[in-house]
Write a protein that binds this ligand. Structure first.
Ligand SMILES: [Zn+2]
Length: 312
């Protein structure tokens, strides 16, 4: 029995190591793109990195994957000799927060919505189990279990509704608009440059992804798109979590599509159809060519919409 357990453990260990090894970052190139006077974004692997530079230091939004930190820092130093002072996480996903620990150790202050910190802590392997075990003989706060390395990768400053940064002549308003892509999404609005980093709530690479494990919400994404339109104007540039800088029309086009899909699913539910029947009517038909190329396929989106509407 013991032998089998060891064997199973080894297989899992081998699988996860193989999973990591598959991701080869050595060929990834970080490219720098200008959005406004002192505002840029960096592309590489993972989420688009926003970067405000100036005499007050670098304000970074998201940091992709840990193996890319060196290249990201090289790309930053090609633009400015100032250090990274703040790293703002738009949400907790690893393709946006993987560089946190490196940058935190290098002295950057990591900032995020309070739920991002909770979700990142939940993702630390074995930590919740250890905490549950220790709680039996009351030991208090989970923070006390974190190592210095783990703490370096977590936001040290969190906010609940909104937070302002004032540096490099820019007013940066970061705020929470409720659950959408996850339950910890921030929009980061550079009010003078008229640029909004949307995190993964808005992407131009595929259908919206609702992270159910992190209490995301499709209807929340719709509300968030409405909010983006409300606080912007025709000149606003939206930097999506993945994809290319966009305008209000791009947000509107996606929003219209998402309302259409929602209404079709709603009609199916009102007609008494179950999920499979609604999926078979193909409510995303004319949109799949353009939007189903990523990990969210038409039927996946329909399922998310259905589950949210049916349980409301
Ligand atoms: Zn994400």
């Amino acid at each position: 029995m013991r032998g089998i357990k060891v064997l199973i453990f080894c297989c899992f260990a081998a699988l996860s190591t193989a999973g990591l090894a598959q991701r080869d970052f050595s060929q990834v190139e970080i490219t720098t793109h200008r959005l406004a006077d002192n505002l840029y974004y960096l592309k590489g692997a993972g989420g688009n990195i926003g970067m405000l530079v100036g005499e007050d230091g670098v304000f970074l939004i998201d940091d992709q994957f840990a193996p890319l930190t060196e290249k990201i820092l090289a790309a930053i130093s090609a633009v400015t000799d100032q250090p990274v002072r703040f790293v703002f996480n738009t949400h907790h996903h690893g393709d946006h927060t993987g560089g946190n620990q490196n940058l935190g150790k290098a002295g950057a202050v990591i900032v995020a919505h309070e739920n991002v910190r909770v979700l990142l802590i939940k993702g630390i392997e074995g930590l919740l189990e250890e905490w549950a075990h220790q709680r039996r003989s009351p030991r208090g706060d989970i923070d006390q279990l974190l190592t210095a390395d783990q703490r370096a990768g977590l936001p040290v400053l969190t906010y609940k509704d909104s937070v302002h940064f004032h540096l490099n002549g820019e007013n940066i308003h970061a705020f929470y608009n409720g659950p959408g892509h996850t339950s910890g999404d921030s929009f980061v609005h550079f009010q003078n440059a008229n640029v909004i980093h949307t995190g993964d709530v808005f992407r131009t690479t595929g259908y919206p992804f609702v992270d159910g494990k992190a209490s995301g919400s499709f209807l929340g994404i719709l509300a968030s798109y409405e909010m983006l339109l409300e606080i912007s104007n025709p000149d606003t540039v939206f930097l999506p979590g993945h994809g290319v800088p966009s305008g209000q029309d791009d947000i509107r086009e996606q929003l219209e599509m998402l309302y259409t899909i929602r209404d079709r699913v709603k009609t199916g539910i009102n007609d008494g159809l179950n999920l499979e029947r609604i999926q078979s009517t193909n409510p995303t038909a004319e949109y799949d060519d353009r939007w189903a190329g990523g990990k969210v396929k038409g039927p996946d989106l329909v399922k998310v919409v259905y589950n949210e509407l049916i349980y409301k």
